[in-house]
Design a protein around this ligand. Structure first.
Ligand SMILES: Nc1nc2c(ncn2[C@@H]2O[C@H](COP(=O)(O)O[C@H]3[C@@H](O)[C@H](n4cnc5c(=O)[nH]c(N)nc54)O[C@@H]3COP(=O)(O)O)[C@@H](O)[C@H]2O)c(=O)[nH]1
Length: 764
């Protein structure tokens, strides 16, 4: 471009004049030479007419040769010059920028059409003017002295400087231009080529962007709501003061912190999911409420609106979030929610919350097939307290009763106050007559404990009615009605008692009451007996030991099954004493039988959950072994899967302490509970007992057979022995033998029998 302009300049300056002069000189020279020859010739020859004739010839020859000279020399030169000039013109026209050429005095020599448009002057008006006529340097860093001494580059190349400065358009205000000036040489003279670009639009766009950024920064910094920006990894980049105040940190402390670490643990999963979705391009915005962790450890609530920004390739670049502090609103709404669902006097759930819980409890019970129990409690003669001691004292009594009831129930259960002196207890865990009766008795005992109110010591009683889902109703209303009727019956029948809605249940409850009362007496008066059921080796048929099974020889009710009293003993805690008694009896008896049998015999003793978890278990077992003299390896403790799985680590530790003594363990009723195979590997056990329910069906149900066979295989793979319990037929025994079961126990081989009977049958 620079070279073209250079040539163009030379041509423009010289072509017209130079080529005309060349032609004129050529013609003139020819003419002058001829004239000289023709002029001198007559003097030499002395003839004037020859001179004239020769002069005319010379003129003619010049005229004739002129077109040839024109055609052969001048025309090509002129054409070349013009085409170069046209090319230069075309280039100048096609350049999108304004081009100006000026000399070292700053005088403009060339001005292209873009410059004309840009500055509003024609070339004719500008050429000859000072460059500063168009470009105003004031306040723009422009100074003619900066570029006039600009040296030309090495080997005729040029140096260049660029400015952003102001141009003057005819009759208008200055406008911003980007000006690039280079110094070069044309015809040996230093000249400057200025290329100007109107940057008004760019400047306006820059200014608009700057204004918008300033506006944003101002909004960001002064916003009442918290604002932040995060990088694509979910780390804070910018935070405003409101966000800092919201979380109690300074801006520096929050810089680079992952938002996940500031989020309440319960809301982290949702936050991380939103970040992951945004990173995968699946989410552009997030709106929602969540909890943050304040620097002081408290929880604060924020309503967030976050938007992610993506680049042209769809990659997430950053996100901007607006966080409104809604902690107060949340607290107020929680408070309101609490007040709508609780009784203001006792702070217990009210009818509304009871209804909500009941809906869920009923749904769960329907799914699991469990029973629910609803206890309706009414304080006896509460009106007397209100009338005689005043309402204030009455309120105090109600508060105390509410608190007593609340402290008695399990977390899964609900105590609600319906109003007045009426309370309701909802027992959610699979509840039967026996469990409900136990809870009712405890409640009555708790209510009857003396209390101080109105400066007096009072003793109150209550009447309770109990209904069951599904037998006594399918909804809260129906169950409440049934329980209320039962409660009125309790009032009619003397108060300070409970009644079931279903008459049959009352009879059963009385029976259970009798049982409970009798349990202690049974221990004191030796009414318990241990029966023994033999266990045989399935291959050899040899007696290998027995399982100790408890019986209660009740003086009035006769022989009572452990199924009827062990749950009650477990509830009341009496099972620990009873279980110890069984353990001692079984060890003593088995030690006696070692001598009779003349070979080692094992005895298996059942452990209840409470007994197994009792702190004195190790001590009690060791004492039973020491007192009896029985070798520890002849004692096997049977524990169900559910007991083990209730607290696996504790179970493993207890078993470890006992196995160190040499005692063995068997898992009872295997296959009916939920034992994890992984835990099974960790429990120090010797035997698996296949539950009776599978054994009984092995010959009729292929699934039961498959389960029994799988248990045998599993046990053998874990190096355990298998005992099949409840074998009632020869076919069942044959099947068990065929799948490799080791030991058997069941009516087919021998029913549980007293020690005397056992001896008679097996030690002949
Ligand atoms: N914590 C304690 N639990 C004990 C104790 N003594 C017994 N029990 C548990 O009570 C449940 C019922 O026991 P029981 O009525 O004695 O029934 C046992 C057997 O009589 C019965 N059985 C044995 N063979 C057969 C048979 O062929 N058919 C059939 N229908 N029943 C049979 O099985 C019961 C033995 O079960 P298990 O203990 O699972 O081996 C029972 O759960 C006892 O565990 C005690 O002292 N403490």
């Amino acid at each position: 471009m620079k070279q073209t302009l250079h040539k163009f300049q030379r041509l423009q300056d010289q072509t017209g004049l130079a080529y005309v002069l060349v032609i004129a000189m050529l013609l003139g020279t020819i003419f002058a030479a001829e004239f000289l020859v023709m002029y001198l010739l007559p003097f030499i020859v002395g003839n004037k007419s020859v001179f004239v004739a020769n002069l005319l010839d010379a003129a003619l020859l010049s005229l004739v040769s002129a077109p040839f000279v024109w055609l052969l020399v001048a025309m090509p030169l002129r054409k070349a010059a013009l085409s170069e000039k046209n090319r230069g013109d075309a280039i100048l026209r096609s350049v999108a920028d304004g081009v100006m050429i000026f000399d070292k005095e700053g005088v403009i020599r060339t001005f292209n059409s873009v410059s004309e448009k840009m500055f509003g002057y024609t070339e004719a008006e500008v050429v000859g003017q000072q460059f500063s006529f168009l470009v105003k340097p004031e306040g723009t860093g422009w100074d003619q002295d900066d570029f006039l001494p600009l040296p030309s580059g090495p080997r005729g190349g040029s140096e260049r400087i660029c400015y952003e400065t102001l141009g003057w358009r005819r009759g208008e205000d200055p406008f911003p231009i980007e000006l690039s000036i280079s110094r070069t040489r044309l015809d040996g003279q230093p000249v400057f080529i200025g290329i100007a670009r109107d940057i008004t639009e760019r400047k306006q766009a820059d200014a608009a962007l700057r204004r918008s950024e300033e506006r944003f920064r101002s909004i960001f910094e002064h916003a009442v709501a918290g604002m932040n920006t995060m990088d694509s990894q979910g780390r804070l980049v910018q935070v405003n003061d409101a966000f800092c105040r919201f979380l109690g940190y300074s801006g520096d402390e929050l810089q680079g912190v992952a938002i996940e670490d500031l989020t309440h643990p319960e809301d982290r999963a949702e936050t991380c999911e939103a970040l992951r979705d945004a990173a995968a391009g699946l989410r552009q915005v997030f709106n929602g409420e969540k909890r943050y962790l304040h620097k002081d450890g408290s929880t604060v609530w924020g309503h967030i609106s976050r938007a992610w920004v993506f680049d042209d390739e769809g990659r997430q670049t950053y996100s901007i979030g607006l966080v409104q502090d809604i902690t107060e609103r949340k607290r107020a709404s929680e408070e309101l929610d609490y007040l709508t669902h609780h009784d203001p006097l006792t702070l217990l759930p009210n009818r509304r919350l009871l209804n909500d819980r009941m809906v869920h409890a009923l749904a769960r019970a329907k799914r699991s097939g469990n029973q629910l129990a609803l206890l309706h409690l009414d304080l006896d003669r509460f009106k007397v307290i209100n009338d005689s001691l005043g309402l204030e004292c009455g309120d105090q009594v109600l508060r105390e009763m509410g608190s007593r009831l609340n402290s008695m129930i399990r977390t899964a259960d609900t105590v609600a106050r319906l109003g007045g002196d009426e309370f309701v207890v909802l027992l959610e865990e699979d509840c039967d007559v026996q469990k409900a009766a136990i809870v009712a008795q405890k409640i009555l005992a708790e209510i009857a404990a003396p209390l101080s109110a109105g400066g007096q010591t009072l003793v109150l009683t209550a009447s309770l009615g109990i209904s069951f889902y599904p037998s006594d109703g399918g909804t809260l209303e129906e169950l409440l009605k049934s329980a209320e009727k039962a409660m009125y019956r309790a009032k009619e029948e003397g108060r300070n008692t409970y009644r079931f809605y279903t008459a049959g249940m009352n009879a059963r409850s009385r029976e259970l009451l009798l049982l409970e009362g009798g349990l202690r007496q049974a221990l004191d008066q030796d009414e318990f007996i241990v029966y023994y059921q033999p266990q045989f080796d399935l291959l050899s048929g040899a007696l290998v030991g027995s399982e100790a099974l408890l019986r209660w020889q009740h003086p009035q009710l006769g022989m009572i099954s452990p199924l009827d009293f062990i749950p009650m003993a477990e509830e009341t805690g009496l099972i620990v004493a009873i279980g110890n008694w069984v353990l001692k009896s079984a060890c003593l008896q088995n030690q006696l039988w070692q001598e009779r049998a003349g070979r080692p015999l094992q005895v298996a003793v059942n452990m209840s959950a409470r007994q197994f978890r009792h702190a004195d278990l190790l001590q009690d077992v060791v004492a039973a072994l020491q007192e009896s003299g029985l070798s520890p390896d002849l004692l096997e403790l049977e524990i169900t899967e559910s007991i083990l799985m209730a607290d696996v680590e504790q179970a493993i530790e207890v078993m470890r302490q006992l196995t160190v003594q040499g005692i063995h363990f068997a898992i009872d009723d295997f296959g009916t509970g939920y034992s994890s195979l992984n835990y099974l590997r960790r429990f120090p056990i010797s035997n698996l007992k296949i539950d009776r329910s599978f054994v009984q069906d092995v010959t009729t149900d292929p699934n039961a057979a498959a389960i029994a066979q799988s248990i045998v295989m599993l046990a053998h793979n874990l190096n355990l022995q298998v005992v099949a319990e409840g074998v009632e037929t020869a076919e069942q025994a044959d099947f068990l033998r065929s799948v490799g079961c080791n030991l058997v126990q069941g009516f087919f081989f021998g029913r549980p029998a007293s020690a005397v009977e056992f001896e008679r049958l097996y030690f002949k």
